[in-house]
Design a protein around this ligand. Structure first.
Ligand code: HEC
Length: 142
């Protein structure tokens, strides 16, 4: 009796294993290493928080609103295209798919072929770094 149950479970396990092969695999979830690298690029290299995070009265990042968006308190001294609002990018709410967000970070153009307005830099991340930045930003609560 016991061995029948064991066999049934064994078949079930194999069945599930086989299904995983037949059903097309979904995109791999981001690894911890990718998220960590993305955090490093965002916080220490590209300094996204300079514009996308509000500051405290002491001029430090308001960590309770990390990458939740901010109104910039400066403007250009001569007329030029300029948007003084950096939107919230925690969770990357403005991109339906990771691919669109990666394209934006790799080319500076969004899926409509449009560039973000200055002072948003037109980044040219390489693909692996774009994957990491997107993984990190998606890991944050909107
Ligand atoms: C110097 C200021 C500044 C820095 C640094 C900056 N941004 Fe921005 N970002 C902006 C502004 C301003 C906008 C709004 C532009 C617009 O509305 O066209 C913006 C827009 C965006 C958008 C929205 C684009 C869209 O189409 O909805 C994303 C995503 C974004 N930034 C990501 C980042 C990331 C990721 C970094 C760091 C790797 C970063 N930004 C660094 C100022 C900045």
């Amino acid at each position: 009796m016991k061995s029948k149950l064991f066999l049934a479970l064994l078949f079930l396990a194999f069945g599930l294993y086989a299904l995983k092969i037949i059903v097309p695999a979904r995109a791999e979830p981001a690894s911890d290493a990718q998220i960590k690298r993305g955090q490093y690029l965002v916080e220490r290299v590209a300094m996204c928080g300079e514009c996308h995070t509000p500051k405290t009265d002491q001029g430090e990042y308001d960590r309770t609103a990390w990458l939740q968006g901010d109104v910039l308190d400066y403007k250009p001294v001569h007329p030029m295209p300029f948007v003084a609002v950096a939107p919230g990018i925690a969770g990357l709410p403005s991109f339906a798919t990771d691919e669109q967000a990666m394209k934006f970070l790799e080319t500076g153009t969004n899926s409509l072929g449009k560039r973000a307005m200055p002072p948003m830099p037109q980044f040219r991340f390489n693909h692996d770094d774009a994957v990491a930045v997107v993984a990190y930003l998606r890991s944050l609560k909107r």
